[in-house]
Design a protein around this ligand. Structure first.
Ligand code: UTP
Length: 482
């Protein structure tokens, strides 16, 4: 005899045309029934119905699509070496340092993705990424945060968004490694929300007879998850008003970058973003643009290639050159506003191969996309932000993601980019070494952020070494000699 909770959920799903979710209910054990009911209870049926109509089953051409009317490239703050105003950068850096020292800034990593392209078994943050020690991504960020704490004499909080799938493994990894030297009371994990996947007629897919095909609701889900988890309240009670947002797949990121934070806080921006000039027109980065007076990011797949190839007549630079590298500074109360009430972020449709079951309950592993997942993107908050600023950064100092198993944005390219960065620091300190024409050192080495995190800190630590180690394969500079 089903419980009243079961009866009312099954009725609600039946009314919504989603009765198939309970096709195998009678065959399940009591605990499996409970699990399925809990998953079903997570689903907002009216919201899903609206999404299915708008993004899946609507008449062809009825989906909102991307409005390119009146689009123009977004302005951005240029680096001093590319024509930016050096004194303004100095002022921004000073303002950022003051905010960091005052404890107003926390780090925020989105680590809830499924990492399917990389194909690594485990949370992506546990992926071994550094050239010699093979330190995991999480450890690289932890050491950058420790270095920033030492430099600015402050205590940094670190918020990490996980998914239902990788939460326990991520937390256990930090436990096993003593939180990489960070104070565990300032490392905060929370899970992001989930959304059901549907087939092309809008019917919710089952992953197995007793479970719904649920997947993380996209990095944009971070805004509502920050609110729901209590992270925003914790920030408020700690006097933190700014989150330094970055992705788990990018070990080059300056987790706490005073100049960027400074541009953000001193311009009164509610959400700011870093940009790099696109390396080539086809590069798969989102584009910072202005549409109807608002800052937006238009994905590479949504901006016609003719526009992506357009060049400025005088400089020859790409007109839509400002590429998004998914690094943002976000104001706490802006997040609260975005995560509540209507007018939140729009969902996007992603066609995927979704593991499911057939009518008999047998596993189906499709070879081609068989359905749709719904995802929120964090950059969709930009048009709602007051005074957003886009700030240029050097790609080589901030961006080399690990996305794919090989080829572009892979462990191999990221490893080479880390080595080139170390090479630049050696050169800046006047230390000769053998490198190829791209600046890639001809031997493996590794410099921990605790030894140096930029040219200046590296040179300082190096000068303090009582005995300089030989530049030989496998050189590791791991801790601060001061
Ligand atoms: P990606 O867009 O690269 O997605 O995420 P992914 O899920 O990690 O990888 P693929 O597409 O399956 O290969 C960019 C960043 O956003 C986070 C990821 O963890 C990564 O840091 N993310 C993505 C989330 O936190 N939650 C999501 O639902 C999606």
């Amino acid at each position: 005899m089903p419980s009243s909770r079961a009866t009312s959920l099954i009725e609600a799903f039946s009314r919504a045309g989603q009765r198939q979710v309970f096709s195998f209910f009678d065959r399940l054990s009591a605990s499996a029934q409970d699990r399925l009911l809990s998953e079903a209870a997570e689903i907002d049926l009216p919201e899903l119905d609206g999404l299915v109509r708008a993004l899946v089953t609507g008449a062809p051409g009825s989906s909102p699509g991307v409005d390119l009317e009146g689009l123009s490239p977004a302005p951005y703050v240029r680096l001093p070496e590319r024509g930016g105003d050096a004194p303004s950068w100095d002022a921004a850096r000073a303002a950022g340092e003051a905010a960091i020292r005052a404890g107003r800034v926390a780090a925020f990593t989105v680590a809830g993705g499924q990492g399917t392209r990389l194909g690594f078994d485990g949370p992506k943050g546990t992926f071994p990424v550094t050239p010699v020690r093979r330190k995991p991504l999480f450890q690289v960020f932890a050491e950058k945060l420790l270095a920033a704490e030492r430099r600015y004499g402050c205590r940094l909080h670190w918020f990490i968004m996980t998914s239902h799938q990788n939460h326990d493994a991520s937390v256990a990894f930090f436990e096993e490694h003593g939180h990489f030297g960070l104070d565990r009371s300032r490392v905060h994990f929370f899970r992001q929300g989930r959304m059901p996947a549907v087939d092309y007629s809008g019917r919710i897919l089952l992953e197995s007879p007793g479970s719904i095909a649920l997947s993380p609701d996209g990095h944009g889900g971070s805004l509502r998850a920050l609110d729901r988890s209590g992270a925003l309240d914790l920030m408020a009670s700690e006097g933190i008003d700014t989150l330094s947002y970055f992705q788990v797949d990018n070990p080059l990121v300056r987790c706490i970058d005073p100049a960027f934070i400074g541009w953000h806080v001193s311009s009164g921006s509610e959400m700011s973003s870093k940009m790099v000039p696109k390396a080539y027109p086809e590069e798969k980065l989102g584009h910072f643009c202005i549409r109807q007076g608002r800052l937006v990011v238009i994905e590479y797949s949504d901006l016609p290639m003719a526009l992506q190839r357009e060049r400025d007549a005088s400089s020859g630079a790409l007109r839509y050159e400002a590429g998004s590298i998914a690094i943002h500074a976000i104001d706490r109360e802006f997040i609260r506003r975005m995560s509540r009430g209507s007018g939140g972020l729009p969902f996007h449709r992603a066609d995927k191969k979704i593991a499911t079951v057939d009518a008999s309950g047998a596993d189906v592993r499709p070879a081609a996309p068989n359905g749709v997942k719904f995802e929120l993107f964090v950059f969709d908050a930009l048009p709602f932000a007051r005074g957003p600023v886009v700030v240029e950064t050097r790609r080589s100092d901030d961006f080399s993601p690990v996305k794919n198993a090989d080829g572009v944005d892979s462990p191999a390219t990221c490893r080479a980019d880390q080595l080139r960065q170390y090479g630049r620091w050696l050169s800046a300190a006047g230390i000769p070494f053998a490198a190829d024409p791209s600046g890639l050192p001809e031997f493996d080495l590794e410099i921990s952020p605790l030894f140096g995190y930029d040219e200046v800190s590296f040179a300082q630590s190096w000068s303090l070494l009582p005995q300089k180690p030989p530049l030989a394969p496998g050189l590791v500079l791991d801790s601060n000699p001061s």
